[in-house]
Design a protein around this ligand. Structure first.
Ligand code: PMP
Length: 292
């Protein structure tokens, strides 16, 4: 029988909501809010290891920056967000899990213009062991190239972790799953390799790491952590524009993200890769680092 997950609005626990700790099921919004209708909504995804949020400050700061890029201000400092996040993690007894802060414009105006809308913030945390399966972590994910492309930064605020930018991610992910793949790799508006639907991508070519320049998609916190980790080990890391044809000269591929951590990729359409020693070593090092 299919495993039916418990719906996210029908769970026990507490959600930090506009300054108060509210029972999980009561953390509701009105249907007429700007975030829902016009995508003025930004969010974060954070991970808790042994009761501690990894890179919490970076995430709290990014939430604020994401909102600024959409023209609104999160009414709490990054330091306050850190504090509230720690409170909600503790209140829900999350030891190894996930945190979802979200900020959106409310209901004062229901039009394109949203000058008078109040900004709301909520932070939820729950126990959550892994995004991709253990099998995928061992054998590598099967990806397909999406028909959707990451937009030009002149078309959308691509550096923001904004809800609206995920419309094409869900479409890509569903199309990939319908075709029997686990995820999709997206190209950018120019046709260069960009990222997966919720994670950045790295290629290993002849012992060097190559990764797309984040000039039109999210420069992930995990991405930056891995680049630093690899460079500290003397591995050459090159950030550049990468054409999809180069997958033919690539031995290993992996994804990085707060949820994905480091997940190896076994194939992208007809291109095949090994789950090699460089990827395995980085996975081990990252797993150790996040728990320190
Ligand atoms: N790209 C997208 C589209 C994402 O959703 C994520 C996950 N937040 C990432 C990249 C990786 O970012 P991070 O390492 O900061 O989680």
């Amino acid at each position: 029988m299919a495993n039916v997950p418990v719906p996210f609005d029908d769970r026990d626990g507490w959600i930090w909501y506009n300054g108060n700790m509210v029972p999980w099921r009561d953390a509701k919004v009105h249907v007429l809010n700007h975030g829902l209708h016009y995508a003025s909504c930004v969010f974060e995804g954070e991970r808790v290891y042994n009761g501690k949020v990894f890179k919490l400050q970076e995430h709290s700061e990014r939430l604020r920056v994401s909102a600024e890029l959409l023209g609104f201000e999160v009414p709490y400092s990054a330091k306050q967000l850190d504090e509230y996040t720690n409170e909600v993690v503790k209140k829900n007894n999350v030891v190894n899990g996930y945190v979802r802060p979200v900020a959106w414009r409310g209901s004062e105006m229901m039009a394109i213009s949203a000058r008078k809308n109040k900004v709301h913030v909520a932070i939820a945390a729950w126990e959550w062991p892994s995004y991709f399966s253990k099998d995928a972590k061992e054998k590598g994910l099967r990806l397909t190239i999406s028909k959707w492309r990451r937009p030009d930064p002149q078309t959308a605020p691509t550096a923001s972790k904004a809800a609206g930018l995920y419309m094409i991610c869900t479409l890509s992910k569903h199309a990939a799953e319908d075709a029997g793949f686990e995820d999709a790799m997206m190209l950018d508006w120019r046709g260069y390799i960009a990222e997966a639907t919720g994670a950045n991508i790295f290629l290993i070519q002849n012992g060097e790491i190559h990764t797309p320049k984040p000039d039109c998609f999210l420069d992930g916190i995990t991405r930056r952590t891995i680049i630093d980790l690899a460079r500290a080990q003397g591995i050459t890391v090159i950030e550049r524009h990468i054409k999809p044809e180069e997958l033919a000269q690539t031995q290993e591929v992996f994804l990085t993200g707060t949820a994905a951590e480091i997940t190896p990729v076994g194939s992208i359409d007809n291109y095949k890769f090994v789950v090699g020693n460089m990827t395995k070593k980085l996975m081990e090092d990252y797993a150790e680092m996040v728990r320190k």
